[in-house]
Write a protein that binds this ligand. Structure first.
Ligand SMILES: [Zn+2]
Length: 255
């Protein structure tokens, strides 16, 4: 695994823990004491620039591997392997049930997008009523593998732009995984609307919330699925193929 791939798959919270650094998660960032000045340094928890860190006080920046090199007195390759081992084995799941409840209603956009009303009701998809953090959005209720509600993601009705709240970590979950039968074919798509349309056609479908890639946790979640069909990743398809070849033991194909 090269350095870029490693930065994508290392879980920063688990990595800090393995370096005996206490991190505090706040949205997409994790704050931790800078190894130089002990003031707050910050590391990006996911998305672009994931695992890059910065201390604004001493103007030091780097990535999680150089941090591990420093803390553990390791060479680059050793530090990378150290983190890959720790990040894969100790990914910490967020298992708290969300205590926000949106009242979701059917809207014209859903009809326009050919979504099935019954499926949407079952899955908790709709336009949130009243004052919410997602005005003008279609909201999707996200459950974890144990069918506990862990968040809402959305799509802006006016322009179809995905919306993922800062408090929600999409890399920890796969949408609709808790309702699938792993022994039957499952379609994976990054497009949430496409996922719901497939479900409307009685096709088993899951989604990784519009992310361009799959996290280690998501690859772990895919393990029990015997027949996986992957679609809609566009230019990222070859990267997905490499990851599946490495991590997915069962049969998979691209459709
Ligand atoms: Zn500093």
């Amino acid at each position: 695994m090269n350095y870029n791939e490693a930065l994508k798959v290392i879980n920063p919270m688990a990595a800090l823990k393995s370096l005996k650094i206490e991190g505090k998660e706040e949205g997409v960032y994790i704050y931790f004491p800078c190894p130089e000045c002990n003031e707050d340094a910050v590391i990006k928890a996911y998305g672009e620039k994931k695992n890059l860190w910065l201390c604004t006080r001493c103007k030091v920046c780097g990535h999680i591997i150089t941090l591990a090199m420093k803390m553990e007195a390791l060479k680059f390759e050793e530090a990378k392997q150290f983190l890959l081992k720790k990040a894969i084995s100790s990914i910490n799941e967020i298992d708290e049930e969300l205590n926000i409840n949106y009242e979701l209603e059917w809207c014209e956009f859903m009809q326009y997008e050919n979504l099935d009303r019954e499926i949407c009701e079952k899955l908790g998809i709709g336009k949130p009523k009243g004052k919410t953090n997602m005005p003008g959005h279609l909201a999707f209720t996200v459950l974890n593998e144990n069918r506990k509600k862990v968040g809402y993601v959305g799509i802006k009705i006016a322009n179809g732009k995905p919306y993922i709240p800062k408090s929600f970590h999409p890399e920890f979950y796969l949408y609709n995984l808790c309702y699938i039968d792993p022994d039957d074919e499952v379609v994976l798509t990054p497009d949430m609307l496409d996922c719901v349309r497939l479900l409307s056609q009685r096709t088993q479908a899951i989604s990784n919330f519009w992310l361009p890639s799959l996290s280690i946790k998501q690859l772990e979640l895919l393990q029990p699925i015997t027949y996986l069909s992957v679609k809609g990743f566009g230019e990222n398809t070859s990267e997905i193929a490499v990851k599946l070849a490495r991590f997915h033991g069962s049969y998979y194909r691209f459709i």
